[in-house]
Design a protein around this ligand. Structure first.
Ligand SMILES: Cc1ncc(COP(=O)(O)O)c(C=O)c1O
Length: 323
């Protein structure tokens, strides 16, 4: 996903040109991973651009910051509005949305407190993470030799920059061994998640996913998938899952903002079910895409239209809480 290198970036309350959206190399985040971020999407619907579950993404951003004792100078309403304003300023119909809250430039040392908490919102036009065929045919994945972060090392519920050092090891190992992705086990050896997506299995008509205690990010797509599955009449079980469930599942898929709903067709070279996208995966995937594209009624209020009055909150995006 190369960048076009143009467009506007929101930095601490101002829109700046892409080429000017720079930070100093001595910024704390560069050395100590002191940043938390979000990945959300704006979809092109027949009623105009709409962000999927924007409030939940902004809430998780603020919660990630809270876990790391960061007090962003802008509140949730301001950041939400800034995201909508930046989409409008770039005139995007559909885009990936990457807000980041990070410790900036002041002093270097493990102690982050002397450094300012800065906020930026980066957007770019992006379609699928894997190929379009993967959405139909599924991915070949492996179980990673890397263990997912343990709960008493790094908090998995915080979407922190530092968690993605672990994710990179998981992803790189998968790629160099010829797989598209990998599934990590938690510190107890139970199923956790992929490098940047949650895991779902289907067996005997019920949907299974590891609980947040298995070191997974509380995925917003994960929550959407569980809601859609229940809407469609499937039983959903959030429970600790042993590795071998991967080999016994009838169907498996990943869920996340980037991967959306992507089937898994093999794990460790063992076919999942018949080795193709299964019917329950397809039903959930199809409902998911219908909702995000505005083709199904938005019964859960998941879409925030960029241009509708309902999408604009009272706050002005440039207004700082304090600085
Ligand atoms: C480690 C990890 N797990 C799960 C997810 C899926 O979360 P969401 O559906 O909120 O994008 C992501 C992506 O943000 C992630 O990075």
């Amino acid at each position: 996903m190369g960048f076009p290198g143009t467009g506007k970036v929101w930095m601490n309350g101002a829109l700046v040109e892409w080429k000017d959206a720079n930070i100093h190399v001595a910024s704390h985040v560069v050395h100590y991973g002191s940043g938390v971020f979000e990945g959300a999407r704006c979809y092109d619907t027949k009623n105009g651009p709409a962000c999927f579950r924007l409030d939940e993404h902004v809430r998780r951003l603020m919660e990630s910051a809270r876990i790391y004792r960061m007090d962003p100078p802008y509140d949730a309403a301001v950041i939400r509005q800034a995201i909508l304003d930046t989409i409008l300023a770039n005139d995007f119909k559909a885009c990936y949305i990457r807000p980041i809250v990070y410790r900036g430039y002041e002093a270097l040392g493990v102690n982050p407190f002397p450094c300012p908490v800065d906020v930026a919102i980066i957007l770019w036009e992006w379609t699928t993470m894997f190929t379009a065929e993967s959405l139909e045919q599924g991915l070949d994945v492996k179980v990673s030799t890397w263990t997912r972060i343990a709960p008493n090392t790094l908090p998995a519920l915080a979407k922190s920059v530092s968690n993605y050092a672990n994710s990179q090891l998981i992803k790189m190992e998968a790629l160099v061994e010829g797989y598209s992705e990998a599934i990590a086990l938690d510190h107890n050896g139970f199923l956790s998640e992929g490098s940047g997506q949650n895991l779902f299995l289907v067996r005997d008509g019920a949907l299974y996913t590891p609980p947040t205690a298995s070191s997974v990010l509380g995925g917003i797509t994960r929550d959407s998938v569980m809601t859609i599955a229940r809407d469609l009449g499937f039983e959903v079980r959030e429970q600790v899952l042993p590795r071998e469930m991967l080999y016994l599942a009838d169907e498996a898929f990943f869920a996340g903002t980037a991967v959306e709903v992507t089937p898994i067709r093999s794990v460790d070279k063992i076919k999942v079910g018949g080795g193709a996208r299964g019917p329950i995966t397809e039903a959930i995937q199809s409902r998911f895409f219908d909702i995000v594209r505005g083709e199904s009624p938005d019964t859960h209020g998941w879409l925030s239209f960029v241009r509708s009055p309902a999408a604009t909150g009272p706050a002005k995006s440039g207004a700082a809480k304090s600085r």
